[in-house]
Ligand binder design. Structure first.
Ligand SMILES: Cc1cc2nc3c(=O)[nH]c(=O)nc-3n(C[C@H](O)[C@H](O)[C@H](O)COP(=O)(O)OP(=O)(O)OC[C@H]3O[C@@H](n4cnc5c(N)ncnc54)[C@H](O)[C@@H]3O)c2cc1C
Length: 433
């Protein structure tokens, strides 16, 4: 997992243990927010705590790697604004840092007549969202852009790109460290409490009244805490006394990969017209920065929050999910779709049949099983998918000092720099930094 850009985590035993602000969660949202905060407040001390050995190895390191241009979202909504702004900021950041990306574009292709009105509505949305250079193209235009793709009509978004979001996360970490921030990995925050006494040998009184303990008994003291826990955002909230709702329900997305000799079939991103009933964008063809091509992901309920294999299982995650009324309702309302997704996850021929609607030349022999990602889907008790940004503050003594990012809706990687600005504004407002 190590790359040349990998920041070296600070050694906890060499660090001091008191900080103005602790950020828990070293995914792209936590790292971008920590970076933004330290750039705004260079005289304060910051620490970022991550439970894994490496940074950004969950959602931020297991995704499609697309720089979305912001077509899909309700005009004027927070999500639309964050994505629009975030895309521009992402390209500027990548250029400034010299990080590799490709602006290879994207087609959203209608293959059935009944999809055309939805495609046109999407075009209008994209225009209202000020997506750059968006056009509608016909079957001939599709063939010019993607010679092996067939369709009746398509939305052409040349502004869409691809990047390795993990590499971007690591660049944020480097900025944070260079500005004086401390990064500690293998530190799983498992308890948060208000303390009344100073640590031994410390004369700071109760200047740092929050203690964050890890599962091995180590302690970090701080004035304020921000959590950005991704798949564990609900559990991190619970440890500061918050309600577990909205819960996180993990949806695994399995990818197929094209065999190298078939890479010529795909030039840029090829997406279906999304079904408005579901929050996911549908299985797509995605070229990767390393030259490979991924097909997918599907979306199946995962039996383990950070489980990337078909049969990964965790008893607590499983019981938590199945005993949650919201999930029971969601499953009942989407039984047919859910079973179909599971079927296509096991029998990849069924997945290939869907993909063949776009590239008829594709066959089962051209694909292999590939990697997977697990999405943190927030769900309320009535089974509604929470598709908006949710902040929550701790309760009791810690309340005024702990802020949780409960849900950073996809595409949070694309929007990360804009999200970080919003999170930093919120931190400043709540904590009077
Ligand atoms: C299959 C898939 C495809 C996607 N495709 C795209 C795409 O193409 N473009 C795009 O923009 N977005 C995409 N997304 C969405 C994007 O990847 C996520 O929105 C984003 O990575 C979320 O970042 P995060 O920091 O919130 O979560 P994460 O990256 O999951 O980070 C959370 C971190 O918190 C840590 N943590 C949790 N609990 C604790 C604890 N107790 N103590 C310490 N650390 C803790 C975890 O170990 C983890 O590192 C995709 C997501 C998935 C799953």
């Amino acid at each position: 997992m190590l790359t040349t850009n990998e920041p070296v985590p600070d050694d906890m035993s060499l660090c001091c243990s008191t900080y103005d602000v602790a950020v828990v969660g070293g995914g792209i949202v936590g790292l971008a927010s920590a970076r933004e905060l330290i750039l705004r407040h260079p005289t304060l001390s910051f620490i970022l705590l991550e439970k894994e050995k490496d940074l950004a190895v969950h959602q931020s390191g297991h995704n499609s790697g697309v720089i979305h241009s912001g077509i899909y979202y309700t005009p004027g909504s927070l999500k639309a604004r964050l994505c629009g702004k975030g895309t521009t900021m992402a390209y500027e950041y990548l250029d400034k840092k010299g990080l590799p990306y490709k602006r290879c574009g994207k087609l959203i292709v209608a293959v059935e007549r009944e999809e055309i009105p939805r495609l046109k509505a999407l075009y209008e949305r994209g225009q209202k969202n000020n997506v750059r250079d968006l056009t509608m193209i016909d079957a001939k235009g599709i063939r010019e852009r993607e010679p092996y793709c067939r369709g009746l009509m398509a939305l052409d978004s040349p502004y869409t790109g691809i990047v390795d979001w993990r590499l971007v996360s690591l660049a944020y970490a480097k900025d944070f460290q260079e500005a004086g921030g401390t990064v500690v990995t293998e530190y799983e925050a498992s308890d948060m409490a208000m303390v009344k006494e100073s640590p031994a040998g410390n004369t700071d009184g109760i200047k740092y009244p929050i203690v964050i303990r890890d599962s091995k008994g180590k302690e970090v003291r701080c004035r304020y805490v921000l959590t950005c826990g991704g798949l564990y955002s609900d559990r991190l909230s619970q440890i500061s006394g918050c309600s577990p709702d909205p819960r996180i329900v993990p949806f695994r997305g399995d990818y197929l990969v094209l065999k190298p000799e078939k890479h010529y079939l795909v030039r840029g991103n090829i997406y279906p017209v999304p079904d408005p009933k579901f929050p996911f964008l549908g299985v797509h063809f995605t070229p990767r920065m390393d030259g490979s091509v991924w097909l997918g992901p599907n979306a199946v309920l995962a039996f383990k929050r950070e489980g990337y294999k078909l049969y990964d299982f965790d008893a607590r995650d499983f019981v938590d999910a199945l005993s949650f009324r919201g999930l029971q309702k969601l499953v009942m309302n989407n039984l047919v779709y859910g079973v179909g997704e599971m079927y296509r996850g096991v029998f990849i021929g069924a997945q290939v049949n869907i993909l063949k609607k776009f590239i008829p030349e594709l066959s089962l022999n051209d694909v292999l099983r590939g990697p997977a990602g697990v999405r943190a889907q927030a769900l309320d008790r009535d089974g509604n998918l929470v598709d908006d940004f949710v902040f929550d503050v701790g309760v009791g003594d810690v309340g005024s000092r702990v802020l949780h990012v409960r849900n950073a809706p996809s595409p949070a990687a694309t929007s990360s720099l804009a999200i970080a600005e919003m999170v930093a504004d919120e931190v400043e407002r709540r904590f009077s930094l």
